[in-house]
Structure formats: structure tokens, C-alpha cells
Design a protein. Sequence first.
Length: 461
Amino acid sequence: MTSTVTRSPALPARPAPLVEAARTGRVLPAWPVTVPLLAYPLWWAAGLGVLVFSAAAAVMLVLLVRAARRGRRLRLPPGFPLWLVFLLVVVGGLAVLDVNPVGTLPLDAGGRLLGAGFRIGEYLTATVVLLYAGNLNDTELPRRRMVRLLGWLFALTVAGGLLGVVAGSFAFTSPVEWLLPARVRADGFVQSLVHPYAAQLMDLGDGVQPRPSAPWGYTNTWGNNFCLLVGWFVVACRDASRPVWGWLTLLVGLAVAVVPVIFSLNRGLWIGVAVAAAYVALRLAANGRLAALGALLAATALVGVVVAASPLGSVINDRLDHGKSNGVRTYLTQRAVTGVLESPVIGYGTTRTTAGGRHSITVGESATCARCGNFTIGGNGQLWQLLYAHGLLGTVSYLGFFAVGLWRFRRDNTAVGIAGGAVIVGSLTATLWYNALVTPLIVTLLGYALLWRQHIQEESR
């Protein structure tokens, strides 16, 4: 009697080219992208925060070089020559660090090298993140998962905003902060990097108020990232495997998000959200997607009614009536324009600190008046920093890179295409009042990478 042995079905074999690529080291793993994004709350609590992207970029660079050496063909995004010109201008700016424009605090090149070096390092970090994320394929990191990761960052932003609203004074000393010398960790900029806190406490004319900043360090960075990430949250919910739960998550998430958006007292954020909504509405209308357009308009109207019928409306009115920072922003914009006229090609290499305040060089920052003067020229928006620190050549190449992408991907009418276009438009608009380094630029370039990958996929069909 012959016995019959029943074998369990074998697992599907991995495609031979993929197996060969993995064996030879040509596969790019997804974890250098996913780990910083997925575990960002842990990095923030540990005091690494935005610094984790620099560490991840170092790993990405090694993996890119290894894959290229072993035969993988690496691609460059549209407009990348312009971005290379920008990087060259940024690095070349080191040659003019010792220049002291009239009306600024005198300092030698060595005193400005740390700030300039940090910006160079972070621009290079963002560049590596763009190249790595854009060269991943759908086997290594599906675009759908990338969208969900960015949607997850939006959820973290809303959660941090709520924490800032209900517990504005919440803060703690991180492990990384404990390891730093007391003199170093007392620096305000270092504090923003390694000291986790829920909100910035600011006096906007009606007493000191907490303005949400967690987990991004600054209130303005929080608002910038909110605008850049909200579209990906919408796409992730729309693409959920269970549509009912996806739409419910979307409605609840956006309703909850209104609270920290209003209490952030961030006018730039309010304008940014309006610009993003208008861009999406125009794209939907141009494509004849009237149902989606109707849903967007209905949601906008609902938010307006809720705000008008609740105490949130009075918060908005109070903020608009107390534009305490308007004078400072106008003054810094004027100084940036004057600076670019004096050094039009490559600027001054980095920012400068004004001698005194708006009305007199003798009125400056003091223990009793922290906002009386000694302002940072280029600290009131990416556009003004580009003009002042990197001149017309740096400004045109930076903005031109994003303009090329916006034009190249303009026909992508998918959800990813419209959300990605909104990110670029929002990022360009925000240059008027927000600085891009560090996380807003990385978030923008991750969106650019998604658009780029989508474009490659369409071309290969």
C-alpha cells in the first residue's frame, strides 16, 4: 500500500530579480524613512526631535552609494540642477560670513560658522531624504504606506496641539538634554531642539498665552507642518480599507484639529489652510469633480458655522485685533530687501542680528524686555532669509526648483497629485512668513518625492 503525503502549499516565491537585487545590495530598505516618521514621538521625547532626520540621512547616503556601486540606477527629480545651484550658493556663502552690514551686530566668521554650518547640514539632510524617498519603488515602500506615514504625522501634530492648549506649561528634561553641558543646554536654540515642551508662552498683547508647538519645537513650525500635512491625512482617510471608518476618522480628526488651529493664534496657519483649500477646490472644479468640490465647500461652511457659534470666534477676533508682531515683521522685511540690494548675488551667507530695535540702535534686547530689539534678519520667513542670506541666485534657484515640480506634475489629477500640488503651493506661500528648516522642508520634499514617484509610475505604463 502506497502512502500519500500531502504537502502544504508553498509560499509564493519572491520575484527572481528582487531576490537577486537583495542579494547584491541593490535594494533600498524602507526603514530609514519609516522609523524616523513612525517613531517620531519617541525621538521627540528623547530630545532628538528634528536631529533624527540628520542621523537617518547619513544612513540613507551610505545605502544610496552602496546601491549605486552595485549597479542600481538612481534617478534625479525634475528641476534638480536648480537645487544643486542653490546648494552651491549656500556653501559658497561661507566666504562672506565675516562681512558686517551696516546696522548689524559685528561678529567674525567664526562666530557665525555654527549657525551657517547647521543650515548647510540641514539642507544637505533634506536633499538626501528627497533622493532616497524618491528612489524607493513600490516594492520597497508603497506610496500608499508613505501617504499613511505623513497622515500619521498630521495626527501627531493635532495631538501635540491639543496638549499645548490644555497643558501649555508641560515640559520635561530629555535624556539628550541631560547629557549636554549646562552652558550648551541653556542656549535658546539648543533648547528648541532637545527640550520637549507643549507650547511656547508668548505675550501677544492680551497677556501671556500658550501657543501649541509640540512636537515641532516652535509654534510657527507647528503651524507650517499642519498646513503641509493635512492633505495627506485626508488622502490616507479617503484611501482607508474600510471606507466608513476612514470617513469617520477624517471628520472627527478635522473637527478636533480646529481647536488647536484657533488657539494657536497663528494667522499664517489660518491663511495657509485657506490657500490649500482654495487650491484643492480649483483643481477639483477644473477636473469636473463636482461632488468632491461640494463636499469640500460643505465642510468649509460647517467649520465656519462652528467657529462663529462658539467661543472660538472671539479668539480669532482678539488675535486679529492684536497684531503685535506686524511692526517687527515689516521692519525685518525692509532690512532683508535692503540687504539683497547691497549684496544681490549670493547674499551674506547666513542671517544677521540687528543692532538695536526698530526705532533706535540703542534700544536692544534686555532682561526686562526680551522683544525690544536685536532681531534676526531673515527670521521672519523663508523668502526673506533666502534673499538676505543667499541673494537672488539662491532665491531663484530654490523657488525655481519647486516651480518646476509644480509645473511638471500639474496633470496628475489623482488624490496624491492634488495633495502633493497643495503641499508645494502651500510651501511657496508660507515663505512669506514661515522659515522652512528643518521639518517643514523635509515634509515638503517627501511630498515632492511622492509626486515624483507617481510621475515615474505613470511614465512606465
